[in-house]
Design a protein around this ligand. Structure first.
Ligand code: SF4
Length: 344
């Protein structure tokens, strides 16, 4: 047994709830069987770290609104299976809507350039990790003088969400990938506000060590932050990625599934790139979606319930027939619990 495992297994103090806010952590924790290592008084909670999961039903309805008007919708694969109020994008495609899967936003720009007779919209969802690629795509489209490319944005940034979620956990397992872009100064600020956590890598021993660091620090009774992924995550982050976001986007209020509207937690195109904003370009009306009332994704994302607490889990809702977003994405909590047979 390693020292880190010993620290975890021998912990007998007050309960520590640790929220992981990265879908990749969620899956790696299951894949390595890390939950089985934990004593009863250390609990891992899955938070809103999956970009597809936190994207609200309104956004899917907006994408459907575009698709139903003959506009070509380009997107990463997961989003086509996320339910809107009435149907998903895959269903719209089966009845003739142009919904194209792409592997990067630049593929969508290339498609627009090759098909000048079509209006092409890329569905831009995701956190600080994926936003720079969408920003580069829109810069590229502007330089190329493309008039038939735009973004429908639902991008999110994590800083404001930590404050909302702080009551749900004693410490965060901060996301390695997002932290590569943002750096770690934010976490020092959160520490001053009494919010604790550590940045963790993705290998089993890195996650176990990060949990043991949380345990050691929690015992001291003071807010803490440690970077447990220092070979990859630097204090300054990735300045080039931050700069491309700053050149093209601006902060906006954003709705998160389960968390509601969080002020300044989203990114939309700035004035210089307004011509590439699909909502403005196509004069989209305000669209309010209606999530399936039986789905408890919102509570799962807040850490208020576990996927197996949902009566549909593993029965009406499974990875073949997902009822909610958290079962669609491979990074979603419900999908992870289902795949690894937890609570079935
Ligand atoms: Fe929603 Fe399905 Fe998860 Fe239930 S199991 S919360 S229906 S995604």
């Amino acid at each position: 047994m390693t020292d880190a495992e010993k620290t975890i297994r021998e912990y007998t103090g007050a309960k520590i709830r640790i929220m992981e806010v990265c879908g990749t952590h969620t899956h790696e924790i299951f894949r390595h069987g890390i939950r089985k290592l934990l004593p009863e008084n250390i609990e891992l909670i899955t938070g809103p770290g999956c970009p597809v999961c936190v994207t609200p039903v309104d956004f899917i309805d907006e994408a459907l609104w575009l698709a139903e008007r003959g506009i070509t919708v380009t997107t990463f694969g997961d989003l086509v299976r996320v339910p809107g109020s009435e149907k998903n994008l895959a269903a719209a495609r089966s009845t003739g809507a142009k919904v194209k899967i792409v592997y990067s936003p630049l593929d969508a720009v290339a498609y627009a350039a090759e098909n000048p007779g079509e209006q092409v919209v890329f569905l831009s969802v995701g956190f600080e990790t994926t936003v720079p690629a969408a920003c580069l795509a829109v810069e590229h489209a502007k330089k190329a003088g493309l008039k038939n490319f735009s973004l429908l944005t639902a991008n999110k940034t994590m800083p404001e969400a930590y404050g909302i979620l702080a009551g749900s956990a004693e410490a965060f397992l901060y996301p390695g990938h997002v932290s590569v872009i943002t750096g770690t100064s934010l976490y020092e600020t959160l520490k001053q506000r009494g919010i604790s956590g550590v940045v963790a890598g993705f290998a089993a021993e890195e996650i176990i060590r990060a949990i043991s660091v949380i345990v050691e620090n929690f015992k001291k009774g003071e807010p803490f932050f440690e970077n447990c992924y220092p070979n990859v995550v630097k204090a300054e982050g990735n300045p080039a990625a931050v700069r491309v976001i700053e050149r093209t986007m601006t902060a906006c209020d954003s709705e998160w599934r389960g968390l509601g509207i969080i002020p300044k937690s989203g990114l939309k195109l700035n004035e210089a790139y307004e011509a590439f904003d699909a909502r403005l370009k196509f004069e989209m009306p305000e669209i309010k979606g209606r999530a399936n009332p039986a789905c408890r994704c919102g509570e799962v994302l807040r850490g208020d319930c576990r996927p197996y607490d949902c009566p549909l889990f593993g029965k009406l809702c499974n990875t073949e027939n997902p009822v909610g977003a958290c079962m669609v994405s491979s990074e979603g909590a419900c999908s992870a619990y289902f795949k690894y047979g937890i609570g079935k």
